[in-house]
Design a protein around this ligand. Structure first.
Ligand SMILES: *Cc1c(COP(=O)(O)O)cnc(C)c1O
Length: 216
């Protein structure tokens, strides 16, 4: 935890940024409540999950104990889980298509609850990872506005085994063009690079919790 925080701090300072402007999301998917508890006890408050059902099983008792926790949904989201996701999460990073926007908009009204949203961009043209195609981004953002989603930024997962920095730079350029202030980018292998390119949120699992049993 401290080591990751120090690495974020160093990368931020190199760029003349403050580490306070970078939120470390501890990605606790596939780790159980007992793995998460030490971080909560140490004062960490931002956590990421990639499956609604797993989060529903793990988090309610922890949230009762640590109500100021901020839960982030970082995984692909099915429209039929939109309502559960809006009920459970404070920030949803994976908005990527009109049908999901519509379902989220309905859930916001029904539950009278307004999480923040990031639109996920398919930055490396790898549709299997989810994300909105770059050329469809303006239309999708308009749809988000029409359905009352509070979009605060863009999110991406760059292609594996390539240099991530150019993809992070492209996401930053797209966010600037759209007037969006926040960038959710950077994972265990590349979060310092992401911070140097301007990430506001890094999503770190393995480097904090160790390896997961299954690929996530
Ligand atoms: C699992 C996951 C992460 C964390 O990945 P690590 O390499 O374990 O740090 C970040 N973002 C998303 C979308 C993920 O699914």
């Amino acid at each position: 935890m401290n080591e990751i925080g120090e690495r974020i701090d160093r990368a931020a300072r190199l760029m003349g940024r403050s580490a306070r402007d970078v939120t470390l999301i501890a990605v606790s998917k596939m780790h159980d409540a007992e793995d998460v508890r030490p971080l909560l006890q140490a004062g960490h408050r931002h956590f990421g999950e990639n499956r609604v059902q797993e989060a529903e099983g793990k988090w309610p008792p922890l949230l009762a104990e640590y109500p100021e926790t901020v839960l982030h949904m970082i995984g692909q989201l099915q429209s039929n889980k939109a309502e559960q996701a809006v009920a459970m999460f404070d920030v949803i990073h994976s908005v990527d298509r009109p049908s999901l926007v519509k379902a989220l908009g309905k859930a916001i009204v029904k539950l009278d609850r307004t999480p923040q949203f990031f639109v996920q961009v398919d930055i490396g043209e790898e549709p299997q990872k989810g994300g909105c195609a770059v050329d469809k981004l303006p239309d999708l953002l308009q749809k988000c506005a029409d359905h009352g989603l509070d979009v605060v930024g863009l999110m991406c997962i760059p292609p594996a085994d390539t240099e991530a920095a150019p993809y992070f730079a492209l996401l930053r350029k797209l966010a600037e063009q759209q007037g969006l202030p926040l960038l959710s980018m950077g994972m265990s292998a590349d979060f310092e690079t992401a911070v140097m390119v301007g990430a506001s949120h890094v999503r770190v699992g393995t480097a904090l919790f160790g390896a997961r049993d299954r690929p996530g």
